[in-house]
Every structure is written in structure tokens, then in C-alpha cells.
Design a protein around this ligand. Structure first.
Ligand code: KIV
Ligand code: ZN
Length: 518
């Protein structure tokens, strides 16, 4: 490996997916993993296989189907977790087991209720077991930045002696500061001589807004792998944002002595939109690199300067992060071929029945919107590609909009193919339609979250609706796009219902996450 290359370890599908309210199914995880491969990340941490049968299946499918990056599965330092992680990743051409145990006093005493000796034993046994299964083993001393540097170094050396090839130093609670993290890593290098022969990695959380700065400090101290997530999603305030770290190295390359990543930055924008759409986590408009306004200039002085010479107020070129894809525009007279070509440019290979379905949706939207942009196309195709084998919405109608409590009716095809109708009132049109769906299906669910986003700017923008529902304690989310918000809401609700029902089925059980998930 080139000593200047910084490996990008993406944990969107593991740490990112642990964010509250995110619940991706296997197809969605696969779609994100394929985009991460296109983006050129070095490692995809695909999940935590022991967490649930669903997590296991998703990691296994990613290992089987996604080519290019190393596919890692997370495991606590115990035999069952490690076996399960191996089962999930072993079909990848490049499998990795990532195992961890805490080294901080706080965790050892209060979370693990254990001892230093136990931690030594757990680390040794876990890495030895993982190594017997898989050549590529990563070890993390969890909560390292709040731990004693000497003890953490001792545990890292044990892991290296047992065959770990990457040592990752997590700032689990996002507490450290750049200089402190540098000193900590320097201390580890001094006390664990084996560290210079393996890849040192950073894993920084953003609780104090320092995740990218700390990761960068780690790289300057010698780390050559950075763990990060698209849009910075992850536990609590999230992880270091992949796009920010990558563009930092890319933009300041001249001042960084040749440090680089292998990421294809032109895919950043698309990766960000995909993750945002599938997770339901909106990207704030002013988010660095991928926010809607990241390259927009509002003040007259800035606009004037950029028109004269882009670099007056821009340090990066929008095309370098893939924002030029937004220039793809189709109109209502565009044909099937033009649609297929535009989808191809956006990276979607769509033909046959899928193309017909996409074309039908495109025509419906193009009839209502003057221009259909790349963002609209992505949203429409993403919507069309969602699997629907459960409930489906045949029709709905607002039968009385006059009073404070509008009335709606809905007709739903049930999973067994029968058709059911229901009618109900609600606090507003959307609520009435949701209640009508409940009446039709005979299923009562709680609405936990409801959000509407415009796919693009403008009055005729497509509306994208995310709903999260709870059925018998099982949370599930659904999303849908349409020019009509109520239609999008009804379809998103039906999808969430399908997912919640699938989860309650014996075939697709989702067990409790283990309590010590980081
Ligand atoms: O934050 C953390 O400590 C983790 C580890 C499992 C790497 O996510
Ligand atoms: Zn983490």
C-alpha cells in the first residue's frame, strides 16, 4: 500500500444504521453498498450480524453481491458474535471481521462489570478466534480516548500479537479534541511497538462537532484508515462525515504532502442523496460538501465575484462532487429512450418491465411538472424500485373536505390478494387517509413520524414523504414520492405497513439488538 493513501472505511450501514429511527431492509442496504462500491471506498462495514436475522442476511447478501471493497462484519469479543460475523462475510472475495472490547475504566467497571484481566483475555481470545477464520482482522479498544493510554496500548499489542491487521482507536463518545487525540495516538505508538506494522485507524464521533477534525488529527499522527459515514450519520450526533474528510484531503492535497484517498469524489453527491432518501435523514441545506446550499451564493458580492472568476468565493468545484448530474433535465415530450439514457448517466441500469414502470411514472410526473430533473428521476426510480409484496394502495379519495374533520376512503389490496375498503375521518386530509387505510386493513398502527421534503426547489416540486409507524411495538418506515403530497403520504404509509407486517412474520423476525452495541 502506498504510505500516503488513507483508506476509507465506511460504516454507514453499521454505525450509521444504528441512528434512531433508521431501519433499512436488505434491498436498501444492498443499494447503498453498491453505491459505496461505485464511490470507491476501501472497506464497507456492512452491519452487525449478531444483532438480528435481518442484519445477518443483509451483511451476507452484501458480501455475496458487492464487488471491490473489503466487506467487514462487526462482532463483540465473544465466540458467538465472531462465528456469526464470519458466517455473514465469508462469501466476500475480501472478508474482514471487526471485533472490539472496551478499555476505559468507566466501561470496564460500569458497563462490563469486569476486570482488566478479563479484557486482556477477551481481546486475546477474540482476535485469535477471528484470525483462525479470516486473514483480515480489525480490533477496536472501545472508548479508547477515555481510557488509560498504557492499558489501551497493552490491549492493542495483544491484538496485534494474535494477528490483528488493523487497530482502530474509537472516540466512542465524541469527547476528545484534535491535539489530545494526536497525543493519545503518539502514546500508543510509543507503548505498543507492533502498531507500526499494522494499519492504525480512526473512528470519531461528532458529539462536540469535532469528528472530522479529530480524524484528520489522527491521520497526521500516522493513521491510514478513517472510519466515517455518508452524511455523518451514526450513533447520537453521528460519525465523521465521509464526504467532508475526503474533500478535505482532496482540496488541500498540495499542503498535505501527498495524502490521498481512492474515493471517486464525483459520486459523493449521489451517495449522499441516496443515503438521505433511504434512511429518511434529511441533509441540512448548509451541510458542508453535500448540502443544497454548499455551492450556492446568495450575496450579490459573492455572486458577482464567482461570475467573474469562480475561485473568488469557491474553494471546490461543484462538478468535483458530482453536482453536475443535476443538469440532466427531461421534458414532457421526452421518450423512453431519452429516459433510459438519462437513467444510465445517473448510474441506473433499467430496462424491460422496470423501464416501462419508470416511464409510466415519469410521464405522470412530466405531465404535471415543466421539467423533470436528475433529482426527480432519482427519486422516481428509487420509488419504483421498492419491492412491494404486501399491502398495496388501489385508490383513495377525500370524500368530504368541508369540515374540521375531513373524511376519506381507501381501497387496499391485502397481502392475500383480496381487496378491502375503509372510510374514516381525521385531523386533516393526510390523517383521514391514514385512518381510512387502517379501517380498510383492520390494522391499527401508531404514527411516530411524518415528514415531507421537496425533491427540488419550485412550486411544482415532487414531494417526498417519509412516515414511521409502530405496529405491536415494531417500528417501520416507508417513503414515497408524488406530485401530490397526500398520494405520496398514503403510499409511504402502505409501505411502512408492509414492512412492519413482514417484520412481525416468523420469516423475518427482528430480535432485540444486543445491549452492548456501540
Ligand atoms: O464508537 C465505537 O466505539 C464503535 C466501535 C465498535 C468501533 O462504533
Ligand atoms: Zn461508533
Amino acid at each position: 500500500m502506498n504510505p500516503n493513501q488513507v483508506l476509507i472505511f465506511d460504516t454507514t450501514l453499521r454505525d450509521g444504521e444504528q441512528s434512531p429511527g433508521i431501519s433499512l431492509n436488505t434491498e436498501e442496504k444492498l443499494e447503498i453498498a453498491q453505491q459505496l462500491a461505485r464511490l470507491g471506498v476501501d472497506v464497507i462495514e456492512a452491519g452487525f450480524p449478531i444483532a438480528s436475522p435481518g442484519d445477518f442476511e443483509a451483511v451476507r447478501e452484501i458480501a455475496r453481491q458487492v464487488e471491490g471493497p473489503i466487506i467487514a462484519g462487526l462482532a463483540r469479543a465473544n465466540a458467538t458474535d465472531i462465528d456469526r460475523a464470519w458466517e455473514a462475510v465469508k462469501d466476500s472475495d475480501r472478508p474482514r471481521i471487526h471485533t472490539f472490547v472496551s478499555t476505559s475504566e468507566i466501561h470496564i467497571e460500569h458497563q462490563m462489570r469486569s476486570s482488566h484481566d478479563d479484557v486482556r483475555g477477551l481481546a486475546r481470545a477474540a482476535v485469535a478466534q477471528a484470525k483462525a477464520l479470516c486473514d483480515d482482522v480489525e480490533f477496536s479498544p472501545m472508548d479508547a480516548t477515555r481510557a488509560d493510554v498504557g492499558f489501551t496500548a497493552e490491549i492493542c499489542q495483544i491484538a496485534i500479537d494474535e494477528g490483528a491487521t488493523t487497530i482502530n482507536i474509537p472516540d466512542t463518545v465524541g469527547y476528545t479534541m484534535p491535539e489530545e487525540y494526536t497525543r493519545f495516538l503518539e502514546g500508543l505508538y510509543a507503548a505498543a511497538p507492533g502498531l507500526k506494522d499494522v494499519i492504525l485507524s480512526t473512528h470519531c464521533h461528532d458529539d462536540l462537532g469535532l469528528a472530522v477534525a479529530n480524524s484528520f488529527a489522527g491521520v497526521l499522527a500516522g493513521a491510514r484508515q478513517v472510519e466515517c459515514a455518508i452524511n455523518g450519520i451514526g450513533e447520537r450526533a453521528g460519525n465523521a462525515a465521509l464526504e467532508e474528510f475526503v474533500m478535505l484531503l482532496n482540496t488541500r492535497a498540495a499542503d498535505l504532502g501527498g495524502l490521498y484517498t481512492d474515493v471517486n469524489t464525483k459520486e459523493l453527491s449521489r451517495a449522499s442523496r441516496l443515503v438521505s432518501r433511504l434512511t429518511g435523514y434529511a441533509v441540512q441545506p448548509n451541510k458542508a460538501i453535500v448540502g443544497r446550499n454548499a455551492f450556492a451564493h446568495e450575496s450579490g458580492i459573492h455572486q458577482d465575484g464567482v461570475l467573474k472568476e469562480r475561485t473568488t468565493f469557491e474553494i471546490m468545484d461543484a462538478t468535483s462532487v458530482g453536482l453536475d448530474a443535476n443538469s440532466i433535465v427531461l421534458g414532457k415530450h421526452s421518450g423512453r429512450h431519452a429516459l433510459q439514457q438519462s437513467l444510465d448517466e445517473l448510474g441506473y441500469k433499467v430496462d424491460g418491465a422496470a423501464l416501462n414502470a419508470a416511464f409510466k411514472r415519469f410521464k405522470e410526473v412530466a405531465d404535471k411538472k415543466k421539467q423533470v430533473t436528475a433529482l426527480d428521476l432519482e427519486a422516481l426510480v428509487g420509488d419504483e424500485l421498492q419491492q412491494e409484496t404486501g399491502f398495496s394502495l388501489e385508490s383513495f379519495e377525500l370524500t368530504d373536505k368541508s369540515g374540521e374533520q375531513p373524511r376519506a376512503s381507501a381501497k387496499v389490496t391485502m397481502p392475500d390478494g383480496t381487496s378491502c375498503e375503509g372510510e374514516a375521518t381525521g385531523d386533516g386530509a393526510v390523517d383521514a387517509v391514514f385512518h381510512a387505510i387502517n379501517a380498510a386493513t383492520g390494522i391499527d398502527v401508531k404514527l411516530r413520524d411524518f415528514r415531507v421534503d421537496a425533491v427540488t426547489a419550485g412550486q411544482d416540486a415532487l414531494g417526498e414523504v417519509h412516515v414511521m409507524i409502530e405496529r405491536d411495538g415494531e417500528a417501520a418506515s416507508g417513503r414515497a414520492v408524488a406530485t401530490d403530497i397526500i398520494e405520496a403520504a398514503a403510499r409511504a404509509y402502505i409501505r411502512a405497513l408492509t414492512l412492519a407486517t413482514r417484520r412481525l412474520d416468523a420469516d423475518d423476525p427482528t430480535s432485540e439488538r444486543p445491549s452492548a452495541v456501540p
